[in-house]
Design a protein around this ligand. Structure first.
Ligand code: NAP
Length: 246
């Protein structure tokens, strides 16, 4: 397995992020597996990567803290010498009527799902600009494109990630850096099973034209492509991975 450089994947202890970390390790990247609480699961992801001949480390950091993110990116840079890929995947969801959303709910949603993306991009870009290369892949959501009832704060920040992606792509393109987003549909992870009952999950699968829920590996395949040489002329794009849902 050839080493292509270093990839930082936020929220890689579980679900989609764990699958992305494994896919990028399989592609030859040394992977920093970021987590905020699930240390054992992050270490299991690292063990799986090492067992498969890859390399990486697990790093605890709350992406909503600029200081913690800045320290994490400095650690990745010092350990690997460079940072080639940043995947902004860490996220939370919450189902609530708009009129029940508290100021605290709103600030937490913005802090992790949108400011977290800013914190990581802001910390990593000086290194990528100096290298004159880099790939940033943000995980948005179909709800950021179309909006979801009872998830207004989630939809708003995921739409914000799309705006950030398109604008930043234009700004850093002259430095040889691409910025794209993936907008997953309904993917079977803790996020889905933690918020929805099994009947709702089954009906989401039925409503998906391809007739099933997505897997974390479905999303990881799209991220792996956007990080690859084959995606070198693609930037500012939002790639739906939703089984035709929208
Ligand atoms: P998940 O299974 O709930 O995993 C969330 C991940 O984010 C975990 O690794 C968690 O780590 C991490 N995380 C949460 N808060 C964090 C923080 N403050 N700092 C750092 N890491 C944090 O969710 P998922 O379904 O894999 O979702 C991954 C991404 O895909 C999210 O951005 C989500 O919005 C998006 N997405 C998911 C779906 C879906 O249907 N599942 C659809 C569209 C978009 P700890 O456990 O260590 O906290």
């Amino acid at each position: 397995m050839s080493n292509k450089g270093c990839a930082v994947v936020t929220g890689a202890s579980r679900g989609i992020g764990a699958a992305i970390a494994k896919a990028l390790a399989n592609d030859g990247y040394t992977v920093l597996i970021n987590f905020s609480a699930s240390e054992k699961k992050a270490i299991q992801v690292l063990d799986d990567i090492i067992a498969n001949g890859g390399d990486g480390c697990a790093y605890k950091c709350d992406v909503s803290s600029y200081k913690e993110v800045s320290d994490m990116i400095a650690y990745a840079k010092n350990t690997c010498g460079r940072i080639d890929v940043l995947v902004n995947n860490a996220g939370i969801s919450q189902q609530k009527l708009f009129t029940d959303i508290t100021e605290e709910d709103w600030n937490k949603m913005v802090g992790i799902n949108l400011s977290g993306v800013f914190n990581c991009c802001r910390s990593v870009l000086p290194h990528m600009i100096r290298q004159k290369s880099g790939r940033i892949i943000n995980i948005s959501s179909v709800w950021g494109v179309y909006g979801a009832s009872c998830e207004v704060h989630y939809s708003a920040v995921k739409a914000g990630v799309i705006g950030l992606t398109k604008a930043l792509a234009k700004e850093v393109a002259p430095s040889g850096i691409t910025v794209n987003a993936v907008a997953p549909g309904c993917i079977l992870t803790d996020m889905l099973t933690g918020e929805l009952d099994s009947d709702t999950i089954s009906s989401l699968a039925r409503e998906t034209p391809l007739g099933r829920l997505g897997t974390p590996e479905d999303v990881a395949g799209a991220v792996s492509f956007l990080a690859s040489e084959n995606a070198g002329f693609i930037t500012g794009q939002i790639l739906g991975v939703d089984g035709g849902f929208c």
